[in-house]
Write a protein that binds this ligand. Structure first.
Ligand code: MGD
Ligand code: MGD
Ligand code: MO
Length: 808
């Protein structure tokens, strides 16, 4: 989230789109209720299904899955043509005036630089600013230059008319118009909309660009950095925010530092490419400190072994030969026999990943599989024949499966990072049962034994393991406190910071401004620096007072970065440093320093007149409508159809097959033949969760199993009638990849949509059941989902695929 949970109460308008917060985030959803009760906020919900969130909305409209970019593109077009934008904000704090290179273009659904044989933009060199001789990006504040971002954006979205976008989304024109008008009222400086989304946006082959299109709307309305505004990802598992913060994606290091690529064997080149110089005069470009964060990380990992002479152990970092080994890639490699062993920790891939039969076959190619989990999961039991639900030939599977029982999160101390970036310490509720051990203990024992083997026998590339520093009191059982302190970081030598304060060697750092690139500081995750200082564990703070009435609650837990609650909050004040609206006071300039009701996201002593802009992580200091080369399918979001499209064409580009679905989406060659078409599988399906279960594991708990005992699917009344299906009938739902059986729930909540002058029916498929646990055994929903995903994040397209439905 750019903002956070309690801040939702500051919104005037709440848009829930691409998520179902009342069901998937029932505790956090209370802040929407607060906004309605105390702020007269209105709630708009846009979802293919009428959900429990929709049931308390002021306005609900249906949408066809996978078409939200068309809706947002139409909205951008509306805001620009109707002149409903926050002018001063847009002019000062965004890239509208920046001039784009002359060879950039967009034609027939494709941007410049596309390589159709590789299905990727192999040449993104035109997706950039024109740079002047002074080294700065060129701008035209009049916005008249035909290639300034404003003009290009206007031109790009001029195609997104009300008529066309309504035909793509299947949303009636009057509903669309009404929602656009209401959203447009938030272009007034003091009026804010918050956008709450989750997987209804991420789980598409165009998911990242959907979210970008929402961010563009929020920028046009001047709603980023504002209380009650922002683009807010409501995250999944309780610590999934912590997962990305700590760099547990295959291409990341902790704190959103990035792993080097194969071409970056040289340390100085690696740092220089990331520590970018400002692109405009007077800007900050905070990533210029990259080297300090990186060296401090390497000191935390490798201690005295990381020295200036060995570039702080740079050679010990793996260098990526491809953009990343995401989960689709790893299972694709497994399928083709390139992976021998797999350690599966707190993950149930056969239930969670798309195309269950493909994942099954991949697991069966392993020599060994280690499952670290408190429970028996479908994955740990994948080799078991349970009749039609998992029809495998057990004798043919040679994979050795080893189960290591772990405790669960409630059986250990530690911190969880919530969607709002708050690190909240928690205390264990009970000891784990039987022989269960904590994940930390299992991993530490594994590390110690591996290191002993390398010490005794040597081996290829042993240094990263042999040189690792392991300073814990009980080496095979580090405490969560020790690890948390290491993430925060400490002074290795006496250190004087910019304010003149001196830290003694061994003392905990109080913030990342103290980090050095000379080896005198260590920090395992620079954005967590400040969470465990000499004053103790900041994450354990529980002061919920709200002295300014702005719901920022700075004494509750600790938020990264630097206990700042709202990112880019400098943008909540105008160019003179005064709040756009006195009722929405977040930070302001008092003549000497920046202060306020939140921790300023800015350099404290830089006066507004200096012209430094609020988006300090970008070298140009402003927010981007034009994404430069950061996205894999182009600088502006464009609507592409889901890979399995119910209408077969992209109404924006009916004559270019290459632009039907995301031209740079993630798909492996072997997957094409597993895709179906509307001829055999005419209905658009989407999958989702229910309040009564958490994924695939609460079905082991009798109470949850009783409340939602077996697989069902939701079918609209019109389609049910057409197919002769009554409520309670058993139906077979099939895709090109397989089928499941379920009880039919016939509902008014899903209605047929008019799309491209034809009727499209949608089917809703919840995902929790399987062949373990106390619920009625059955198939896995992911039997149906195609094995492909987003072009940037590789997130599978679990929210839009084609199925057929028949009564059994
Ligand atoms: N009770 C419970 N809570 C959970 C979880 C759980 O399993 N159980 N899981 C947690 C996890 S890990 C996550 S990631 C989150 C997920 O949180 P959410 O994303 O809110 O949950 P979902 O139920 O997957 O789906 C969200 C909604 O998106 C809609 N949708 C589908 N396609 C589209 C589309 O193209 N456009 C739009 N606008 N909407 C679409 C679906 O109809 C559905 O209502 O929930 C978390 N919370
Ligand atoms: N079709 C479709 N597929 C989806 C989705 C969808 O919407 N549609 N949603 C996707 C999403 S967002 C997600 S997050 C995934 C979820 O997929 P998974 O993360 O695989 O699902 P969970 O059942 O939550 O699995 C977590 C496992 O962790 C175990 N566990 C709990 N605590 C601990 C612990 O402390 N240590 C260890 N080692 N294990 C522990 C649990 O017993 C459980 O088996 O599913 C994805 N799959
Ligand atoms: Mo998730």
């Amino acid at each position: 989230m750019t903002n956070h949970w309690t801040d939702i109460a500051n919104a005037n308008l709440v848009l829930v789109m691409g998520g179902n917060a009342a069901e998937a985030h029932p505790c956090g959803f209370k802040w929407v209720t607060e906004a309605k009760a105390h702020n007269q906020a209105r709630l708009i919900v846009i979802d293919p299904r009428f959900t429990r969130t929709a049931s308390v909305a002021d306005y609900y409209a249906p949408i066809r899955t996978g078409t939200d970019i068309a809706f947002m593109g139409g909205l951008i077009n509306y805001l620009l043509t109707e002149n409903k934008i926050q002018h001063e904000y847009v002019h000062a704090y965004t890239d509208v005036s920046f001039i784009v290179k002359a060879d950039f273009g967009f034609e027939d659904g494709l941007f410049t630089g596309y390589d159709a044989t590789k299905r990727t933009y192999s040449d993104k060199s035109s997706w950039g600013y024109e740079i002047g001789e002074d080294g700065f990006a060129k701008v035209d504040p009049s916005l008249l230059h035909p290639r300034c971002v404003y003009q290009l954006m206007k031109q790009h979205y001029s195609r997104y008319t009300l008529e066309l976008t309504s035909q793509i989304c299947g949303m009636p024109q009057d509903a669309m118009q009404k929602i656009w008008e209401e959203i447009a009222t938030c272009s007034q400086p003091g009026k804010t909309m918050t956008i709450l989304y989750a997987l209804g946006w991420t789980q598409h082959s165009t998911g990242s660009q959907m979210i970008r299109s929402a961010a563009m709307v929020q920028l046009l309305l001047g709603n980023v950095g504002m209380p009650g505004g922002g683009v807010n990802a409501l995250r999944g598992h309780s610590n999934i925010q912590g997962l990305t913060d700590l760099g547990l994606l295959s291409n990341l290091l902790p704190g959103y530092l990035t792993l080097p690529g194969d071409a970056e064997q040289d340390y100085d080149t690696y740092i220089a490419k990331r520590a970018l110089k400002p692109l405009r005069p007077g800007q900050l470009s905070y990533w210029q400190n990259y080297g300090k964060f990186h060296v401090s990380l390497m000191k935390a990992w490798y201690g005295a072994n990381a020295t200036a002479d060995n570039h702080w152990g740079y050679d010990w970092l793996p260098k990526l030969d491809i953009p990343g080994y995401d989960i689709l890639k790893v299972f694709d490699m497994m399928s083709s026999g390139q992976v021998n062993g797999y350690v599966c920790q707190g993950f149930n891939p056969i239930a969670a990943l798309p195309d269950k039969n493909r994942v099954m076959a991949a697991l069966a190619k392993l020599k060994w599989l280690v499952v670290m989990d408190p429970l028996a999961t479908e994955t740990s039991e994948f080799w078991r024949n349970v009749g039609p639900y998992n029809d495998v030939e057990t004798a043919g599977i040679q994979t050795e499966v080893i189960r290591l029982p772990t405790t669960c999160f409630a059986e250990e101390d530690g911190s969880l990072v919530n969607s709002g970036r708050w690190l909240q310490w928690h205390w264990k509720g009970a000891d784990g049962p039987g022989q269960a051990r904590t994940d930390i203990k299992i991993m530490s024992e594994l590390f110690i034994r591996l290191r002993q083997r390398y010490q005794a026998n040597g081996g290829a590339f042993a240094e990263p393991i042999l040189k690792l520093s392991w300073p814990y009191k009980v080496p095979d059982d580090p405490t969560p406190e020790e690890i948390a302190k290491e993430f925060n970081g400490y002074a290795i030598a006496d250190v004087t910071d910019a304010t003149g304060a001196t830290l003694k060697a061994g003392q905990q750092l109080s913030g990342f401004a103290q980090l050095k690139d000379d080896g005198s500081t260590a920090s395992g995750c620079w954005i967590f620096c400040g969470s465990w200082t000499e004053q103790g564990n900041q994450m354990a703070r529980r002061d919920n007072s709200d002295p300014f009435g702005m719901k920022q609650n700075l004494g509750w837990a600790w938020a990264w970065p630097m206990n700042r609650r709202i990112l880019y909050n400098r943008a909540s004040a105008d160019t003179k440093g005064q709040p756009w609206d006195p009722k929405k006071r977040l930070v302001w300039w008092n003549g000497k320093v920046w202060g306020g009701t939140d921790v300023p996201d800015y350099k404290a002593d830089v006066a507004p007149e200096a012209g430094m802009n609020p988006f300090i992580m970008n070298p140009e200091g402003v927010a981007r409508f034009f994404a430069l080369d950061k996205m894999n399918e182009g600088p502006f979001p464009e609507h592409y159809e889901p890979f399995e499209t119910p209408i077969g064409i992209n109404p924006l580009h009916p004559n270019n097959k290459k632009a039907t679905s995301n031209p740079a989406g993630r798909i492996f060659d072997s997957v094409w033949e597993s895709l179906g078409t509307a001829k055999d599988f005419p209905y658009a399906a989407t999958s989702y969760r229910l309040t009564e279960h958490f994924h695939f594991w609460t079905k082991h708990c009798p109470i949850n199993a009783i409340t939602q005992p077996e697989q069902f699917v939701e079918i609209g009344e019109v389609l049910a009638k057409e197919k002769g299906i009554a409520a309670g009938d058993r139906v077979r739902v099939s895709s090109k990849r397989g089928h499941i059986e379920a009880v039919a729930v016939v509902t008014k909540r899903i209605r047929p949509l008019q799309v491209n002058n034809q009727t499209v029916h949608q089917i809703g498929i919840p995902l929790h059941w399987g062949f373990t646990g106390a619920t009625r055994h059955g198939y896995l929903t992911n039997t149906l989902v195609p094995f492909l995903g987003d072009g940037n994040t590789q997130t599978p397209e679990s929210k839009s695929f084609l199925v057929n439905v028949e009564k059994i």
